[in-house]
Design a protein around this ligand. Structure first.
Ligand code: APR
Length: 310
């Protein structure tokens, strides 16, 4: 039997994720958005491409959540981008309100779903989703590390002129400028990049990775990245829907792992049919651990700012 995935937010990331889910025939897809006609129009357009793309995934769009009932997985991309004159806290407050509303509706109709959170600020939105859903921590997962690692992999492959398929990379921490690319755990055909590149080049690629989201915003001017974010969310969804048990860097709620407690931070996890089935603990070098703690502190600051909003 085909599984069912709801994608909330039929904007750039949500619609692209819906397209990839359908074209990979991973599930039937319901797109939900507050804008009347948009989820319906985009899902119809995608359904009309199905005969050419050769898939039988069913696509539907809605403004209400009844259509999402019984979803196995829900990808949440709803939110608004930061606009001129808006402070970080203004944006945090608005997106927190949106996330609370979306999650309460999602949970009402799909009490057993696994949630993949994509909306920014990512780590803070994961906290809202965990709290509002009341779900166990294995069923609330943030998409950040897969995207950040994919960017690092793409830059490494281009630098060394090798296939992206040969490149693995690990980026931990929060989804912001304090994220922690780990060269020691980033490899080309199994060889750590620390053996293949000068330290200055590695640092340059790591810096470009940390700035990856801003680089795209700078080019697009009117929006943020969506192809790679959608691919990343769908890779996570595929591992869960097919119970593949891939090890992927994701934002997970930590309770003591890596010396961090009560916080969503990007770490390697095993994704299977139960969501996060294991948090993989790596033994980090002191400088790596310090960078992770700095990144976690930035996440904690946002979480504290949200607590004051109550
Ligand atoms: N319920 C449902 N959908 C909503 C709600 C809500 N309460 N509020 C906003 N939306 C919808 C918007 O109508 C819009 O269609 O969320 C969609 C967001 O789409 P875009 O503005 O195109 O943004 P996108 O580029 O897709 O990014 C979405 O993912 O990567 C992150 O930072 C990004 O937080 C942002 C999110």
């Amino acid at each position: 039997m085909k599984q069912k995935v709801t994608v909330v937010g039929a904007g750039n990331v949500g619609a692209t994720a819906a397209q990839r889910l359908a074209e990979k025939e991973l599930a039937d897809v319901v797109l939900v958005d507050i804008i009347e006609g948009v989820p319906q129009g985009k899902s119809l357009d995608l359904a009309e491409a199905a005969p050419i793309e050769k898939h039988d995934a069913h696509l539907a769009g809605a403004n209400r959540y009844e259509a999402s009932a019984g979803s196995d997985l829900v990808i949440i991309t709803a939110g608004i981008p930061r606009k001129p004159g808006m402070s970080r806290d203004d944006l945090l407050a608005i997106n927190r309100g949106i996330m609370k509303n979306v999650v309460s509706e999602v949970v009402r109709y799909s009490p057993d779903a696994i949630l993949i959170i994509v909306s920014n600020p990512l780590d803070a939105m994961c906290h809202v989703a965990l709290e509002e859903s009341g779900f166990p921590k294995n069923r609330v997962i943030g998409m950040a590390g897969v995207l950040d690692s994919a960017r690092f992999r793409a830059f490494i492959a281009a630098e060394l002129n090798v296939s992206v398929e040969n490149v693995q990379a690990l980026v931990l921490g929060g989804h912001g400028d304090t994220m922690v690319p780990l060269p020691r755990f980033s490899t080309v055909a199994g060889v750590p990049i620390t053996e293949l590149m000068a330290p200055e080049r590695i640092e340059a690629l790591a810096a470009r990775t940390r700035n990856g989201g801003a680089e795209i915003v700078g080019l697009l001017k009117t929006g943020s990245a969506y192809y790679a974010p959608a691919s990343a969310a769908v890779e996570m969804a595929e591992s869960i829907l097919k119970d593949k048990k891939k090890i992927l860097p994701c934002a997970a709620y930590l309770e003591g792992e890596y010396g961090l407690t009560g916080l969503f931070v990007g770490v390697p996890v095993k994704l299977g049919k139960n969501g996060i089935e294991q948090i993989i603990s790596l033994s980090l070098a002191p400088d790596e651990q310090k960078a992770l703690e700095k990144s976690a502190a930035a996440v904690r600051e946002l979480v504290e700012a949200m607590k004051k909003m109550k």
